[in-house]
Write a protein that binds this ligand. Structure first.
Ligand SMILES: [Zn+2]
Length: 554
């Protein structure tokens, strides 16, 4: 920070102060995005139930130390007249407020546990804590990175936490809450400092820019907010950088260059091309980004992030855009989400995630990223198995021409093996009574199967060609293999099962192909039709050597 401060100060007014320090909040009103903490401590002061120890946890740069100092002022402010008590709105002008702000109050001691991990350091604090504060109401020990303390140090601290002197308060800060012993945790009032949502951060940065007299494009602010990942301090540092690099007018392009970001529009284009299976344009867009010195791995990372946004929008179409991602990106993400389905999006995410790791270890990152995109583009051409079946079953479009005998254009996959299921099952036991009307030759044949007349059934299927069929009369052309009493046997069974006399005639006229032959033809045609279906076609193209081996109804 000091180095940058020096650099930034050059050529600026003498009283220039880095924004992160200038806009560092020193009271609850200016502390943005931490409402829970503010409300809780405000109430604690009102009801005079102030905790002995506070534990502030959260990511780096989220404002733990700043918050600790504000709490110190809140607890120690004596007001303008020097007579006030602890207050949620410290005056900022009393000696305690000023000295704490300037980091020189004798009773507010900050310690970095990272460099003071030993039990002796803690003992020193404990010894010191016995003495009353010199000027403040409370002696306050702020211990940063408290998880770094040794086990013995924690134990020593625990004793004091169990019976703390009334004039002592501890404020612990940590990025790694899980490393804090439960015994300590249970004696602290814990606050999880949240990352600041862009929804809050963007307007805040806009206000700061205005105050600084810099015209910063909203899009640039959004980029800065996004890049700072919820840290106010980082966002201010970035804004500072942008202003010092670019002067008082900052465009999205400038911010993008400064942040080393790939052009988001291009990223979205790539995602869209991939989803459409347009690999050529996807690769060319990647090349453009690469030529503009974007890191291919970051491009992949951006794609991953964008696929997350699209998926989220798919699931929650009414997702509030504000502060989530820039408005125009949001609009595009929404449009893309409408076109894609969840299975594709989740597979896309998986492949990108896997690809990201691959690309990081690949000898040539650019090539690796290209390969991942090619794979992804092919993924888009492959419907999920479920979607494929659904599509084939529901498709209203006729099959490609020349696709066989199916009339009406319905691409139904009703399979041949179910084609001759009788619509009404005759009751076997109700012999002698007409219980069933046989609607077709196929039904008739099925009847023999149901009644376990296996041999006759197989003859009917493979060796009989239908010449004519109506209830009570059947005319067939039979092959030479069939015994001469076949018509009588068929007739006898039919009479038994239907309660009606059946005339079965063996004729030497030419009939239609046997059921077996029909089934074979049908399957052949189905395969032919399927192979012409665009989706199946794509699968066959994608997997050279693949063929349709079996058509199954689902
Ligand atoms: Zn004060």
């Amino acid at each position: 920070m000091t180095q940058k401060e020096a650099k930034v100060t050059k050529g600026k007014k003498d009283n220039y102060k880095v924004l992160a320090l200038k806009y560092r909040p020193d009271n609850f009103d200016d502390l943005i995005g931490q409402e829970v903490l503010v409300r809780t401590i405000t109430n604690a002061i009102k009801t005079n139930r102030i905790a002995n120890a506070f534990l502030l946890t959260g990511i780096r740069g989220v404002g733990k130390t700043t918050t600790a100092r504000i709490i110190s002022r809140v607890l120690n402010c004596v007001g303008k007249d020097g007579k006030g008590g602890a207050t949620a709105s410290p005056c900022g002008v009393c000696v305690n407020c000023i000295e704490i702000k300037e980091d020189r109050h004798p009773d507010v001691l900050e310690m970095d546990a990272a460099s003071h991990t030993g039990v002796d350091d803690i003992r020193e604090i404990i010894d010191n804590s016995r003495y009353l504060p010199t000027t403040a109401r409370y002696k306050i020990y702020i211990i940063d990175e408290v998880h770094m303390l040794s086990k013995n140090a924690f134990n020593a601290l625990l004793k004091t936490l169990e019976e703390p002197p009334a004039h002592v308060k501890f404020i612990f800060a940590t990025t790694e809450i899980r490393k804090i012993p439960v015994t300590i945790l249970s004696r602290c009032q814990r606050f999880d400092l949240r990352r600041i949502d862009n929804e809050i951060l963007v307007p805040f940065l806009q206000k700061v820019s205005e105050k600084e007299g810099a015209a910063v494009d909203k899009e640039a602010i959004e980029m800065i907010a996004h890049a700072s990942e919820g840290s106010v301090r980082d966002s201010l540092s970035l804004l500072d950088q942008a202003i010092s690099h670019s002067g008082d007018k900052i465009t999205a392009k400038m911010a993008q260059d400064m942040l080393g970001l790939a052009d988001k529009g291009k990223i979205i284009d790539i995602f869209d091309f991939i989803a459409k299976g347009d690999i050529e344009n996807a690769l060319s867009a990647l090349k453009d980004l690469y030529d503009a010195s974007a890191d291919p791995v970051l491009v992949l990372n951006d794609l991953l992030e964008f696929s997350y946004i699209v998926t989220k929008l798919k699931i929650i179409p009414n997702l509030n855009a504000t502060g989530f991602i820039p408005e125009n990106e949001f609009k595009m993400a929404k449009e893309i989400a409408e076109k894609l389905d969840i299975p594709y999006l989740t597979r896309c995410w998986q492949m990108l995630l896997k690809g990201l790791n691959e690309a990081k270890t690949a000898p040539n990152t650019f090539n690796a990223v290209e390969m991942i995109m090619i794979r992804l583009a092919h993924l888009s051409n492959l419907p999920s198995p479920a979607a494929l079946i659904k599509k084939i079953q529901n498709s209203d479009s006729p099959p490609p021409t020349g696709g066989g005998s199916r009339a009406g254009g319905s691409y139904s996959m009703q399979s041949a093996q179910h084609a001759y299921q009788p619509q009404s099952m005759p009751q076997n036991e109700a012999e002698g009574e007409p219980v069933a009307f046989i609607n077709s030759f196929e039904e008739l044949v099925e009847l023999f199967k149901i009644n376990k007349e296996v041999l006759i059934h197989s003859w009917l299927v493979s060796d009989a060609s239908l010449i004519s069929f109506k209830q009570g009369r059947l005319e067939l052309s039979l092959t030479a293999e069939i015994p001469s009493d076949f018509p009588q046997r068929v007739s006898g069974h039919l009479r038994n099962w239907t309660g009606q006399n059946w005339v079965v005639v063996a004729s030497n006229k030419a009939g239609s192909p046997s059921l077996l032959q029909q089934k074979i033809n049908e399957e052949k045609n189905l395969k032919k039709e399927l192979s012409k279906h665009p989706n199946v076609n794509k699968i066959l193209e994608l997997f050279p050597g693949a063929y349709i081996s079996k058509v199954e109804e689902k």
